[in-house]
Design a binder for this molecule. Structure first.
Ligand code: PA5
Length: 349
C-alpha cells in the first residue's frame, strides 16, 4: 500500500508528504528570511523560548542542543504566564506559527510589561501586529503550512537570533551538515522510495495498530517528544514518549508484567553514535525487557557528526513515519480538527 502513490494521495489529500520532503530547502529558505535580522540584547542571564505545540518544539530542540554549550540556561515556556524569575536580564523568543495562539500572546504581553528584551517569529497574526506596534523585532515566516510542517522556519531563525546576540557562534558549518544529512534522509524515506529500502515505511508497517512508545536520551528527548506529537497529529494515534535514563527508575517496572497491552506495543529507541557506554548499556537492558514483554522493538540511529544534524536526522525519520502511519490508518495527515475546534471555542470566551 505504501508503495502505491495513487493510494497515498487518496489519503494525503493536502500533500503533507510533499511538504515534509522539502525540509532541507525550507532550512535554506528560513536562513535567507532572517539574513538581515537586527536584534540586540544587553547583559543577559538566561534565555526563555515561549510557544506551544508545533512551534514550541523548536525551543526544546535548541535547549538540548545548547545544553553543553551555552553559558546561561535556556528555558522553554508553554503557558499563559512567564516564570517569576524572568526579568530584564532574560532574553525571550516568542514562537507562534499562526501568531494567534493565546498562551503565547499572553506571555508575550507579560514580557513587554516586564521589559524583557524579546523577538517574535510568526507567519502573521496578532503576534506580528503587536510586535510591530511595540517595536519588537519580528521575523515573518511564510504562511500556508501546518505549524508542525514549518519547523525549519521557527527553528533556524531562532538559532540565528541566538547567534546574533552572541550566545553561540560559528553555526553555519553545523547547519550545512544538517541540510546535507536531511537531504539523505529525505531520499531514503520519501514516498517514491520503495518499502525494501525505506526505513520510515518499514517502521510504520511494523507499528500500525500498536501503542507506540518512543525513548530518547538527553539531546534526543525533544526528538522523542516530536515523534509522539507527530504521531498524535499526523497519524491520529495515541502515543507516548519517555526519557533515558529517567525511565529506568520507573517506566521499566511497568514492562516487567507481560500483558495484552505490552504485546500490542512498539518501542522505538532513538539511538546515537555518541551515546556514552552507560547509556548504551541502559538501552540494551531496556530492549531485553521490552522484548520479553512481547513488544516489537525498533531502533533508529542518528546520522551526521554534529549534534544539530544528529537531532534533526532522527526528527526527520519520525516525521515520515507519522505520515505513513496516517496513510495506513486511512487518514489525511494534515487536518487537526480537534485542535481547531478547541481554539475556536476558547476564542469565543
Ligand atoms: O501542530 C499544531 O498544529 C499545534 O501543535 C500548534 O503548533 C499549536 O496549537 C500552536 O499553534 P501555533 O504554532 O500557530 O502557535
Amino acid at each position: 500500500m505504501l508503495d502505491n502513490l495513487e493510494y497515498i494521495s487518496r489519503f494525503d489529500r493536502s500533500g503533507m508528504l510533499d511538504t515534509i520532503s522539502k525540509l532541507p530547502e525550507q532550512i535554506e529558505q528560513a536562513l535567507e528570511i532572517c539574513r538581515d535580522i537586527e536584534v540586540e540584547a544587553g547583559e543577559i542571564e538566561n534565555i526563555l523560548i515561549s510557544g506551544m505545540g508545533g512551534s514550541a518544539i523548536s525551543g526544546d530542540i535548541i535547549r538540548e542542543w545548547l545544553r553543553d554549550r551555552a553559558d546561561i540556561p535556556v528555558h522553554v515556556n508553554r503557558d499563559y504566564n512567564l516564570p517569576k524569575w524572568a526579568d530584564e536580564k532574560t532574553f525571550a523568543i516568542f514562537l507562534s506559527y499562526s501568531g494567534n495562539t493565546e498562551e503565547t500572546l499572553y506571555s508575550f504581553r507579560e514580557a513587554l510589561k516586564r521589559n524583557i528584551p524579546s523577538v517574535a517569529i510568526s507567519s502573521g497574526g496578532k503576534l506580528e501586529e503587536e510586535s510591530r506596534e511595540k517595536n519588537i523585532p519580528h521575523i515573518k515566516i511564510p504562511s500556508g503550512y501546518q505549524p508542525r510542517a514549518a519547523t525549519p522556519f521557527l527553528l533556524f531563525p531562532s538559532i540565528k537570533v541566538l547567534e546574533k546576540i552572541e550566545l553561540i557562534s560559528n553555526v553555519d558549518g553545523e547547519i550545512s551538515e544538517t541540510i546535507d544529512v536531511c537531504r539523505g534522509i529525505r531520499d531514503e524515506n520519501r514516498k517514491e522510495t520503495p518499502s525494501e529500502s525505506n526505513q520510515a515505511k518499514n517502521i510504520a508497517l511494523k507499528s500500525k495498530d500498536t501503542l507506540i512508545h518512543i525513548y530518547g536520551w538527553r539531546y534526543f528527548i525533544p526528538i522523542a517528544k516530536r515523534w509522539r506529537t507527530q504521531i498524535n497529529e499526523n497519524s491520529k494515534m495515541i502515543a507516548r514518549y519517555d526519557e533515558v535514563p529517567e525511565c529506568n527508575h520507573n517506566d521499566i517496572v511497568g514492562w516487567s508484567r507481560r500483558c495484552e497491552l505490552t504485546e500490542k506495543s512498539t518501542c522505538i529507541l532513538l539511538r546515537d553514535s555518541h551515546e556514552p557506554v552507560r547509556i548504551k548499556e541502559r538501552y540494551n537492558f531496556m530492549k531485553e525487557i521490552f522484548e520479553s514483554a512481547g513488544a516489537t522493538v525498533v531502533e533508529v540511529n542518528s546520522k551526521g557528526e554534529n549534534l544539530l544534524a544528529r537531532q534533526l536526522s532522527l526528527m526527520y525519520v519520525g516525521d515520515f513515519v507519522s505520515c505513513y502511519l496516517a496513510i495506513l490508518n486511512e487518514e489525511d495527515p494534515t487536518p487537526v480538527d480537534v485542535i481547531s475546534k478547541l481554539k475556536q471555542k476558547l476564542a469565543s470566551i
